[in-house]
Design a protein around this ligand. Sequence first.
Ligand SMILES: Nc1ncnc2c1ncn2[C@@H]1O[C@H](COP(=O)(O)OP(=O)(O)O)[C@@H](O)[C@H]1O
Ligand SMILES: [Mg+2]
Length: 273
Amino acid sequence: MAKDMFTRNSDESEVQSAKTIAFVHYKGGTGKTTSCLSIAGWLVKMNKKVLVVDLDPQGNAATGLGVDRRAIDGSIYDVLFNRKDIREIILETEPGVFLVPSPINFLSAETYMARKIRKINNLYNLKEKLNLIKTYFDYILIDVPPASTLTMISGIVASEDIIIPLDSGVFAYETLEILKKLLIYLHKKTGIEANIRMVLLRKYSIDARTANEIKNLIKEFFEENNILSVRILTIPFSRKIHKAQMYGVPISHSAPHSSVGRAYKRIAGELGD
Ligand SMILES: Nc1ncnc2c1ncn2[C@@H]1O[C@H](COP(=O)(O)OP(=O)(O)O)[C@@H](O)[C@H]1O
Ligand SMILES: [Mg+2]
């Protein structure tokens, strides 16, 4: 357990609760983990106390923060199944980001989940667990797994804001339609309205004109759905991201001055306001 884990967050003037943000998309590979870690790294550099909660059994958040997954002996699933207190399993990582890891054994976790699914069939379980530690942090960033599973929904329920990373392929727009259906379903079932704060559009090997057209389509999508406060920001494609992840260091620490590093700095700055 990290030593200064249970000191208060960086706001000395009054007891503040962490801002909780989930990185959500039902599709894999759109940049959820990358965005979550890059923003976490920058917020730490801005002297914020940041916790990343890895809900994805692939465990990419741990790897991306340089944590040897074999050394993990308690995960978010232990917390959700009431086997461990969340305070017991938080790790402090080398870049200064705190981490609630996902389980190391993907298969056993999935099997366990399937067997016990009814036990955690409480969409508020994660939110309640995070409420216990909210005054220790300035930000809690949740890396949510893809597919419309219960875990994904509980990540949305636990958050004040959500950020949707998108790959800027021509299908990006269609994937938003599906996500919208999921959010409408969630609203019907629970009354919870997800607050979409940002869409992060990752540029790929498309020309600037196409990228702009896609951005406009996405903008229209939100306008048509009366979601006007959402920010649509682009993230450059950069091999520096791969290198950073290979060495287990967020881009904020490995290449802060690169174009992709600066793009994430701007986003962290906006969230910090
Ligand atoms: N801005 C970027 N430039 C280049 N590669 C990126 C960028 N963002 C993410 N990637 C790469 O894309 C892949 C998917 O990103 P990831 O963050 O793991 O997506 P998700 O968590 O949504 O599945 C990873 O291999 C990652 O290294
Ligand atoms: Mg991921």
